[in-house]
Design a protein around this ligand. Structure first.
Ligand code: GUN
Ligand code: ZN
Length: 450
């Protein structure tokens, strides 16, 4: 592939703003910058005045006036729920029975799975997301369709066969068995893990839906494949938590169930984690496990508020998930809008001791959460998350004046005018999101949208 120089205002994170004395220190801002891309990777980035002369053969793609940020990383969603997104009026356990399982049952058909996977990746790119960790269904076809489409599109994609076998928690036709889950996962893992940009994520759906025997199989897979990811749900909804404690009376709390089966380790990504005790947060931190914060879903399903100041306090890495279809959006920017409001609400609604500064999701913190923070949550910061040389060329071109009110709010400033202007405009796009803010999306250096 020939060399390309993509020009515009570059903004990425080089560290965690929550750890910096001045959070802007976490940002790298190059008003007139260039990303040099070859063979899908970033060869070099910097000021165009320095970089362009070093690469005279590069073909320049000019996005001057636009803001260029790393591709968004979504650490938790369900591609198979794309068609039931925005389903009315149910909390988690009823929502699963009413809308989710009937839809996911359709994934016995490979044709159906192919159709949804194709739509799903297009929607991701329209929203600027270039890395996703997704659940599939209990049908191997659903995982095959997802990985095949990810390979066609060049996206970095994590997925795995969903396990759910406990009687009464899903329709009989949907449930699998411990052995079926083990064998199916093993076969898919051997076929897709580390092929192109596909990575396998062992996926027992949640302790509510898996028996002791199935979680044992998940633990065996995790032990046999320490380089694989593990995704599940943890402590999302009070009724779910209460049932889990009944199903596993020998475990002290919800996290204790996953610990019992050896699942809690680096690359263990637990969705939601809303009702964790301090002790559970501490144990998550000690195990180097991470959390998927899914604010759109937590609000839409009425689940509750994730406390990221506590996660930070205990050194628990967390990333951002839209959790579609529980979340009513596929957009990382809209998910950040909900994240921001969750932080603001916690300041007034929670009577525990809290870190108010930590709960204010500024533009730098939000950008970190959707890019480098989520890459770190997935233990993939060596490959994605910012514009470091050698990383994948996954990036989004943002039109900070994508609507008339966004343009008006800019007050005549361009994103290149100053870091403050760029941050003000990024925050504006979070809060006043419209599809037009995504001008183009590049995955592995290839334009996949726009
Ligand atoms: N817990 C188990 N399955 C699901 C799911 O599909 N969505 C959400 N939000 N929570 C879950
Ligand atoms: Zn989920």
């Amino acid at each position: 592939m020939s060399k390309v120089a993509v020009r515009g205002t570059l903004l990425d994170c080089i560290s965690n703003p929550w750890d910096c004395a001045q959070e802007k220190q976490a940002l790298r801002f190059i008003p007139d910058g260039v990303l040099v891309v070859e063979d899908g990777k970033i060869v070099e980035s910097g000021a165009s005045s320095e970089i362009l002369v070093k690469h005279p053969e590069a073909q320049v793609e000019d996005f001057s006036g636009y803001l260029i940020v790393p591709g968004f990383v979504d650490v938790h969603l369900h591609y198979a729920q794309t068609r039931i997104i925005g389903s009315f009026g149910r909390q988690l356990l009823e929502w699963l029975q009413t809308y989710t399982f009937p839809e996911e049952l359709k994934f016995t058909s490979k044709d159906y799975a192919d159709e949804v996977a194709a739509v799903f990746f297009q929607e991701m790119f329209k929203n600027g997301t270039t890395t996703v960790q997704s659940f599939a269904t209990t049908h191997p076809n659903s995982v095959v369709a997802f990985f095949e489409e990810a390979r066609r599109q060049g996206a970095l994609a994590l997925c795995g066969l969903t396990g759910i076998d406990r009687e009464g928690t899903a329709p009989d036709a949907y449930r699998d068995t411990p052995q079926g889950f083990y064998d199916g996962s093993k076969e898919l893992l051997e076929r897709f893990h580390q092929v192109d940009r596909c990575l396998y994520s062992i996926a027992p759906r949640f302790a509510f839906g898996s028996t002791h025997e199935q979680l044992k199989m998940a633990g065996r897979l995790a032990e046999e494949h320490p380089d694989c990811w593990i995704q599940t749900h943890l402590s999302e909804n009070p009724a779910e938590v209460a049932s889990v404690l009944e199903f596993f009376p020998d475990c002290q709390d919800y996290l204790g169930v996953y610990e019992k089966y050896g699942l809690v380790r680096k690359r263990f990504v637990a969705g939601h984690s809303i009702y964790l005790s301090e002790d559970e947060f501490r144990r998550m931190g000690d195990a180097d496990a991470s959390v998927a914060f899914c604010p759109a879903s937590n609000l839409f399903l009425g689940s509750g508020f994730f406390q990221w100041d506590r996660a930070n306090h205990f050194g628990v890495r967390w990333g951002l998930g839209c959790d579609s279809g529980g979340g009513n959006t596929l957009s990382a920017l809209r998910t950040l809008d909900d994240a921001y409001k969750v932080g603001m609400l916690q300041v007034v609604t929670s009577d525990r001791e809290k870190d108010e500064e930590s709960l204010r999701l500024s533009a730098s913190k939000a950008l970190y959460a959707a890019t480098l923070g989520s890459a770190r949550c997935l233990d993939l910061e060596q490959e994605i998350g910012n514009f470091e040389k050698g990383k994948w060329a996954d990036f989004v071109i943002l039109d900070t004046g994508g609507s008339s009110v966004l343009e008006f709010r800019k007050n005549g400033a361009r994103p290149s005018d100053s870091l403050e202007d760029a941050c003000h405009q990024f925050f504006g796009m979070m809060m006043l999101w419209v599809p037009e803010v995504i001008r183009a999306t590049f995955c592995k250096g290839r334009r996949v949208f726009g």
